[in-house]
Design a protein around this ligand. Structure first.
Ligand SMILES: [Zn+2]
Length: 190
């Protein structure tokens, strides 16, 4: 178990040991609940057919929420970014999860992401604005630029989060206040 915990991100050998001993001493149902949660996450969690966020249903809770403004799509790299943006409570839009960013040097091409599916969503109509919330670093900016070039001929307004976010940072680790400001101050994409 120490070995398995040690494979997790950010867990060093000491912490792995501490976690393993914690489980060893924990009540049986507590430990089993953790094991069940891990099994469930692998068996039940799929990708939403619309936005590609994680979901237990074919269409996720956000996409099936009637109160959401479906004409606003916020484009993010990872499901973690959805969580960060949702925490701000600043918007009632829907999302599109790309599954990463374009990085030719790492062998990640546009076709490896859900970019085509996003273009399909836009072509179907009813979309007023695409808000680029890719990370404010070179890969994120490049990905946003590529997508905006694909959508240039559509009538959809393309914006990006304001540059209040420090360059080179990530959406995931930005503070709620910072994200809220970036959402409110979003600007037309050039
Ligand atoms: Zn969805």
């Amino acid at each position: 178990m120490i070995e398995e915990f040690g494979k997790l991100p950010g867990i060093g050998p000491k912490t792995a040991e501490r976690l393993a001993f914690y489980i060893l001493k924990a009540k049986s149902d507590e430990a089993i609940a953790l094991a069940d949660a891990i099994r469930d996450v692998k068996n039940k969690i799929k990708r939403c057919n619309v936005c590609f966020n994680y979901s237990e249903q074919p269409v996720c809770d956000i996409c099936s929420d009637q109160k959401r403004d479906k004409s606003l799509i916020c484009v993010v790299e990872q499901p973690k970014d959805v969580i960060a943006l949702e925490k701000t409570g600043a918007s009632k839009w829907v999302y599109h999860v790309l599954g990463g960013h374009i990085a030719p040097l790492e062998g990640i091409e546009p076709d490896d992401l859900t970019i085509n599916k996003l273009v399909e969503r836009v072509r179907k109509g009813g979309i007023k604005e695409i808000i680029m919330a890719t990370n404010p670093n070179m890969a994120g900016d490049g990905t946003a630029l590529y997508i905006s070039s694909l959508l240039r001929d559509s009538s959809v307004k393309i914006t990006r989060l304001a540059r209040g976010l420090p360059t080179g940072s990530t959406i995931e680790y930005a503070s709620g206040k910072m994200l809220t400001d970036a959402i409110i101050g979003r600007q037309q994409f050039e």
